[in-house]
Design a protein. Structure first.
Length: 81
């Protein structure tokens, strides 16, 4: 979950990267923009995943098993009609 990035796992990941950071002689000012970019991409990915899960659940509730046409719509493929 997105909250997980703020929890202990994020702290452990940051600690795991500190040794290479020190070996490479990188300052926190050098790595903070990279960390912010990675965090933002992770959050976007998590939000997209959550939206997909919600849409998939809705589709399954409306039609089970899913038809090939519904699967094509889910993957953004044009219909073959």
């Amino acid at each position: 979950m997105v909250e997980g990035i703020k929890s202990g796992k994020a702290d452990r990941d940051r600690l795991d990267l500190q040794n290479p950071q020190q070996i490479l002689g990188l300052r926190n000012e050098d790595t903070m923009p990279i960390e912010a970019l990675v965090t933002a991409r992770f959050k976007t990915h998590q939000q997209n995943l959550q939206a997909y899960q919600q849409e998939f659940t809705t589709a399954l509730r409306q039609e089970f098993p899913l038809s090939m046409a519904s699967c094509d719509i889910a993957y953004g493929k044009p219909s073959s009609n």
